[in-house]
Write a protein that binds this ligand. Structure first.
Ligand SMILES: Cc1ncc(COP(=O)(O)O)c(C=O)c1O
Length: 426
């Protein structure tokens, strides 16, 4: 690990905020992260120097805003190793990106269908509802068959069972890269190779991987990748759909309206180039710039985006830091009586989050008691009913650290859980 989380904390004013006299201990980063001063300043710079609509007005502010927004697409392409910015569609969040593929992959602009009744889509039991419900609905609408790949006892994907599900009718595998419940990192490249060998495509839900691990779409060989800016130090309201250019070209538009058209006549319309074909209407321009980062068109100074901030730390270093924190958490919480943790025991197979339960304790109550001590953790079904029901649980607590969290905070969480269980709730 080559960065010191303590030195980053000065960039995150919210971490200085006391909660009921306790310093805030924010450990709910899988839900959303905090934003550093640099990203907030980029939002302010956009609004105070360049605010105008894009791709419409010929004036200097309009040209500047367009330049910044297009640069931000290039920055995002570079961040995930995409071939070009044509493969980067800015959307609101992961959920919208996944719905876009579920809505548009089936239909082609020439009126033909990429998927026909009886074709199969595979998801896994560990999907977030965002990568399950859109496919369930699309399959019901189009007469497709949804197959669900199961898990091993340790929470990893059952690869032999997954391979058995692949068949001549499989068209798409939709799989999370990292489980938001189990923390398990799925072997994306192996899954891509299996899917491609069967003639299918791979859509990866990167909501919990892109913020935490080095992710390169070309070395993973995925066909689509979806992720959210707010889970990686960026603003709310901006996310990314990566899609291989030839696939995006073959897909129908998602929303129809301004900027996504090339021509409109009373007889019909034609579509703009990628990625604008998928970005109808006025997007959140400032959020896009503050996610990817761009050079100010006049001063040539960098307006840093969340991706710049993460790159300056190094994604491999972020991974090493999180591994250190989850190992510290697992060994600490393992000494608290009655705790059950979920997901792979081998920490190399897991990313930076751990879900757990305490025997006989309501996870919501435990989270509330932690909150009274200034510790913010998630409790609930974690948007994964099928997985929780397979595990026989109705709720869990999730610890999810990020770049600014320290070992001291992990120890504070562990000791608080120990004290609460010893005297406050059981
Ligand atoms: C694995 C996974 N996929 C999808 C999502 C949905 O992300 P968003 O709410 O930003 O659309 C989440 C959010 O927690 C997630 O963890």
């Amino acid at each position: 690990m080559s960065f010191d989380p303590r030195s980053l904390r000065k960039d995150f004013a919210i971490l200085e905020r006391p909660l009921d006299g306790h310093p805030v201990c924010y450990l709910d980063n899988a839900a959303t992260t905090q934003r550093p001063r640099q990203v907030l300043e980029t939002l302010v710079s956009f609004y105070t120097r360049w605010n105008a609509n894009i791709h419409r007005s010929p004036h200097r502010l309009g040209r500047g805003a367009t330049d910044l927004y297009e640069q931000a697409h290039r920055s995002a392409a570079k961040f995930i190793g995409a071939k070009s910015e044509r493969e980067i569609v800015f959307v609101r969040n992961t959920t919208e990106a996944l719905n876009l593929v579920a809505a548009c992959f089936i239909d082609r602009p020439d009126g033909a269908r990429s998927l026909r009744p009886g074709d199969e889509v595979i998801v896994t039991l560990m999907e977030h509802h965002s990568n399950f419900v859109p496919w369930q609905a699309a399959c019901a609408r189009r007469g497709l068959t949804l197959r669900v790949a199961g898990l091993n006892r340790d929470g990893t994907l059952d690869m032999p069972a997954f391979r058995n599900l692949l068949g001549t009718r499989t068209r798409l595998v939709c799989c999370t890269h990292v489980s938001n419940v189990l923390g398990a990192i799925n072997p994306a490249r192996e899954i891509a190779d299996c899917a491609h060998a069967a003639g299918a495509l791979l859509l990866l839900d990167g909501a919990q991987s892109v913020p935490h691990l080095p992710v390169d779409v070309r070395s993973l060989d995925c066909d689509f990748l979806a992720f959210s800016g707010h889970k990686m130090l960026g603003p709310f309201g901006i996310g990314v759909l990566y899609g291989r250019q030839e696939l995006l070209e073959q897909m129908s538009p998602f929303l129809y309206g301004g900027d996504m058209i090339r021509s409109v006549t009373l007889a019909g319309s034609t579509w703009n180039d990628l990625p604008w074909k998928f970005e109808a209407g006025t997007p959140d321009i400032a959020a896009g710039v503050a996610l990817g980062g761009a050079f100010d068109p006049e001063s040539r100074e960098r307006l840093p985006g969340a991706m710049d901030y993460l790159s300056s730390l190094g994604m491999a270093e972020i991974r090493a830091h999180e591994l250190d924190l989850i190992e510290a958490f697992l060994s600490g919480i393992g000494t608290v009586p009655g705790i059950r943790t979920y997901g792979p025991e081998n920490t190399r197979l897991r990313s930076g989050l751990v879900s757990f339960n305490a025997e006989g304790a309501d996870p919501f109550l435990l989270a509330e008691l932690l909150d009274r001590r200034g510790i913010s953790v998630r409790a609930g079904s974690l948007c994964a009913y099928p997985l929780l029901s397979a595990l026989g649980e109705t709720g869990m607590i999730r610890f999810s650290p990020y770049v600014y969290n320290t070992r001291e905070e992990v120890a504070r969480l562990v000791e608080s859980v120990r004290e609460i269980l010893a005297c406050e709730i059981v």
